[in-house]
Design a protein around this ligand. Structure first.
Ligand code: KDG
Ligand code: MG
Length: 404
């Protein structure tokens, strides 16, 4: 029996930061929701959905998830890109939500059932000084995290990535026009071994330590950083250099055995085809919302599994709780799961998006609610309208525009 789509709507809300949600309802009254948030470019995806996708969805059979994915991807003629793939992801996740609700199953069961008991997540620790960072690591350990990302301000550098401004929790999208940050790579390269040494000296080698370079190095600088940190046995080094040129990673790989992770800005399997098939990385960090939804993420994970590459999905707070819920079902159900990023949302965001997923002891579980287990309180969402916010841009000390 077909299950026609009756209605689809875009909901934009800002409970502290902006989120875009697609809600699809079928003629039998079941609805599903998908995250469509693209930080700093929210209305591009909203318009793509509203003007170009929703008119084609009405009357389509909600059960035909793969066919709808192909229809939106191949059918547009114009392929890939973060806007297109986030819009497709929102449809895809909403349709998986509907299918699992109709089957009266948590989504991970429809995806083949669980491959593990729960999902290991990593937290963010940061500090203005190494001493604050060590305190932050200790606090996260007390919360039960077994894997922690470490970032700290670099002496003599105005703006390191991942360090909060003042006492507020870290949230980079805070300017009504992009804030400009100033960066110095040589100082960072000299500082990082000191930071890693301090963390290992205090916490030993059992704690998994991660670090994000946020695309700021050239390939040879990245190779030099990875080589200098190898003795501290990082769990992974993330986004050391941009990967529009996937071959850049070959150079890094030639110099180090430190595990490498990348992928949060990727939106297609073709962005990581060479990185995976030539075993130039160890973790692929694509996200449900930016890489075409559950359907495309399963394709990327299956491909990665052939080459011993594990997943490590992006999970920053600019991905809505819907993305987090969907990611946890995906993480539980695939064989080559590596780790999941976890940045807790604010209490208000959690109120707008009530969810079945839980955290305890460094582990998360998507819960047993039918569907992906995340909902949206539309009345509350409407009380928090969109506020324009941009990610920062980054410049070198001489004014050259750099990668943020
Ligand atoms: O919107 C950009 C953030 O999602 C990104 O800066 C976070 O690098 C990030 C991470 O690893 O969480
Ligand atoms: Mg990152």
């Amino acid at each position: 029996m077909p299950n026609p789509i009756l209605e689809a709507r875009v909901i934009i809300t800002c409970p502290g930061r902006n989120f875009v949600t697609l809600k699809i309802t079928t003629t039998d009254g079941v609805y599903g929701i998908g995250d469509a948030t693209l930080n700093g470019r929210e209305f591009a995806v909203a318009a793509y959905l509203q003007e170009h996708i929703i008119p084609c969805l009405i009357g389509r059979d909600a059960d035909r998830i793969e066919d709808t994915w192909q229809y939106l991807y191949r059918g547009a003629y114009w392929r890939r890109g973060p806007v297109t793939m986030s819009a497709i992801a929102a449809v895809d996740v909403a349709l998986w939500d509907i299918k699992a609700k109709r089957a009266n199953m948590p989504l991970y069961q429809l995806l083949g059932g669980r491959c593990r008991e729960s999902v290991t997540v990593y937290a963010h620790a940061n500090g203005h000084e190494i001493s604050d960072l060590l305190e932050s690591v200790a606090q996260h350990q007390e919360l039960g995290y077994k894997a922690i990302r470490v970032q700290a301000a670099v002496p003599g550098v105005a703006d390191a990535y991942g360090v909060p401004h003042g006492d507020k929790p870290y949230e980079p999208a805070d300017g009504t026009i992009p804030r400009e940050e100033v960066w110095n790579t040589p100082k960072y390269l000299r500082f990082m071994p000191r930071l890693m040494d301090a963390v290992r000296s205090k916490f030993g080698f059992d704690l998994a330590i991660l670090h994000d370079g946020h695309h700021r190095m050239t390939p040879i600088e990245a190779a030099s950083l990875a080589k200098s940190l190898e003795e501290f046995q990082p769990f992974w080094l993330e986004d050391l250099t941009p990967a529009e040129n996937q071959d850049a990673f070959r150079l890094i790989r030639q110099h180090t055995t430190a595990p490498l992770a990348i992928g949060e800005v990727f939106n297609s399997i073709f962005d990581c085809q060479k990185l995976i098939s030539e075993q130039l990385i160890d973790y692929i960090r694509t996200t449900i919302v930016h890489a075409g939804g559950i359907t495309h993420m399963r394709r990327i994970a299956s491909f990665a599994d052939l080459y011993g590459v594990k997943t490590g999905s992006h999970g920053a707070t600019d991905l809505s709780p819907i993305c987090m819920g969907a990611a946890l079902h995906f993480d539980l159900s695939i064989p080559n799961f590596g780790i999941q990023e976890h940045m807790p949302h604010t209490a208000l965001t959690d109120e707008v998006f009530p969810h079945a997923y839980t955290f305890a002891n460094g582990l998360m579980h998507p819960g047993e609610a039918p569907g992906h287990g995340v909902d949206i309180d539309e009345t509350l969402a409407a009380k928090h309208p969109y506020k324009r916010a941009y990610l920062p841009v980054c410049r070198l000390e001489d004014g050259t525009l750099h990668n943020w």
